[in-house]
Design a protein around this ligand. Structure first.
Ligand code: NAD
Length: 504
């Protein structure tokens, strides 16, 4: 089955869902294309999706914009109530959604966590919504006869473009607050992992008030580009290279583009740190999701006096990590989702090996059942010219380097183009915080790693090449979709022009 609209574009021999919705969009499919979808556990392209034609996408955007006014007028409480029912509809379809995510990402537990994250996104947006309630009139300070009241006005149509590593989570992390703010939303997930869109759109259909307000369209780069041309505000999560293109296109239209891009997160381990805890956090921070997370630890710097001890503990832990092959419900990490990523990982390992580094665990891309896999790969004797210390990895590589003093550790951590997040282990939180304050990145985990995976309440921006725009965490996560407008009233007589006359 190939159809033109939203989630109904999934070609699934077992499901005819969504054909009606597709037919409702319109007949013009001239420039619609078919994209093949791969199962990362088998390596087989076993499904396909259809991109919407440009005419279809324009119709979807026009309908969204038309429906948005009524959605906006529901107010926070009305929208939150509807999104609660949408979450219930997702729960009712949990098995279908998990099954779709499971095929595209090769992991089961995290597929369930992705659904849980949608509930978290709703709770987070609902908790901060009262901060954006319309307040009373306020008297002016300099001119007490002038009073003013703000109005928060949502962007009519928000476009969300998401990557393949957490397909549902990284779609709804932006879509949910935008919807709660009062915007209509079109989501374009990655063409690498689009299967979940069909059951999610079925949950949208189960929530009639969301008709035309939330739409998932399947497609690739050109579909994303077309969406940038139609939306009033763009949320983009993906690579630096694509992010730059999206930023330029959005700038041409003078619309905001909130960019969440790549990272090369450092972890610093200071003397006095608990080395077992540091090694445990380093491994989880690096290898969870097979390292396919933007906030993964990708470089580890350890005080020279404890370097060998830490390395031994890290190697011991890394050696115990199991692939979830052949049984998806047993093991710690899944396959490499995007096959081209395997080439990047292979290249970084080879570059390090050729320049004299030692590969202590893993190190080989393994093929099982047609899928590609990599065990956590601890690399010692690295230097800062190696690709593994400079370029984004997006895989389970753990390069470890010794430093002499704290200044050197901070200098090395800041020596790179990215500034997403980082981590510091020390004898106590205050010592870790002292170093953390000097790292040029938007979030620093202290005595743990990659805490932004688990904790969404702290506002954080992405520094350097890792992104642009307000925080997607904390109150700004909602506030960034609300434009502030001022109503200003004069309670006295308007001034005549003569009040500004040049006469003495
Ligand atoms: P990508 O840049 O290749 O693609 C991301 C999305 O952009 C996809 O949906 C793709 O179809 C779309 N796209 C491609 N060209 C486009 C264009 N010209 N205009 C509009 N959309 C276009 O990234 P990816 O490989 O899917 O994801 C991996 C990258 O995402 C990594 O660099 C990772 O660090 C980053 N990432 C960042 C975060 C974060 O929160 N900072 C989270 C997850 C992933």
């Amino acid at each position: 089955m190939t159809s033109g609209a939203a989630a109904s574009q999934i070609s699934d021999p077992d499901s005819g869902a969504g054909q009606d919705a597709a037919q409702a969009i319109g007949p013009n499919r001239d420039d619609s294309r078919t994209l093949q979808v791969r199962d990362p556990r088998t390596g087989r392209f076993d499904s396909s999706v259809q991109t919407p034609s440009s005419a279809d996408l324009s119709v979807i955007a026009e309908r969204a914009r038309n429906a948005q006014t009524a959605w906006r007028d529901l107010g926070f409480e009305g929208r939150i109530e509807i999104m609660r029912r949408f979450c219930q509809a997702l729960e009712a379809r949990r098995a279908e959604i998990v099954a779709a995510l499971e095929i595209d990402t090769g992991r089961r537990r995290i597929a369930g966590i992705e659904i849980d994250s949608v509930h978290g996104a709703l709770a987070g947006a609902a908790a901060v919504a009262p901060m954006f309630a319309t307040p009373e009139w306020q008297a002016g300070r300099a001119a007490p006869h002038i009073k003013h009241a703000p109005q928060w006005l949502a962007y009519p149509l928000v476009g969300v473009i998401s990557p393949w590593n957490f397909p549902l989570l990284l779609s709804m992390i932006d879509a949910m607050p935008a919807l709660i703010a009062g915007s209509a939303v079109i989501v374009k997930p990655s063409e690498v992992t689009p299967r979940f869109a069909a059951p999610v759109m079925a949950a949208v259909a189960d929530t009639p008030e969301l008709a035309d307000i939330l739409t998932f369209v399947t497609g690739d780069g050109p579909t994303g580009q077309a969406l940038v041309d139609l939306a009033n505000c763009i949320c983009f999560t993906g690579s630096v290279a694509t992010g730059r293109r999206v930023a330029v296109q959005a700038a041409g239209r003078l619309i905001p583009a909130f960019l969440e891009l790549g990272g090369k997160d450092p972890l610093i381990v200071l003397e006095g740190a608990d080395l077992d805890e540091a090694a445990t956090a380093a491994l989880r921070g690096c290898a969870l999701s097979t390292g396919q997370a933007c906030q993964s630890i990708e470089r580890i710097y350890v005080a020279r006096s404890i370097h060998d001890d830490f390395l031994a503990r890290l190697v011991a832990l890394a050696s115990q990590v199991r692939l979830n092959w052949p049984d998806i419900s047993s093991g710690d990490i899944g396959p490499i989702i995007f096959e081209r990523q395997a080439e990047i990982l292979r290249g970084q390992i080879e570059d390090a090996r050729e320049r004299g580094a030692r590969i202590l665990t893993g190190g080989e891309i393994e093929t099982h059942g047609g899928g590609l896999w990599l065990r956590p790969t601890v690399i010692a004797d690295v230097d800062h010219d190696m690709a593994v210390m400079r370029d984004e990895t997006f895989g389970p590589l753990l390069p470890v380097m010794a430093f002499g003093d704290e200044d050197e550790a901070v200098r090395l951590a800041n020596d790179g183009e990215y500034g997403l997040s980082g981590a510091v282990f020390a004898a106590d939180i205050e010592q870790a915080a002292r170093i953390g304050r000097q790292i040029e990145a938007g979030a620093i985990s202290l005595n743990d790693a990659a805490l932004t995976t688990l904790f969404y309440e702290a506002g954080k921006q992405s520094f350097k090449a890792s992104g642009l725009g307000p925080s997607r965490m904390g109150a700004d996560g909602l506030g960034r979709f609300l434009r502030r407008k001022a109503l200003i009233a004069n309670t006295a007589q308007p001034l005549p022009i003569q009040a500004f006359s040049e006469d003495a």
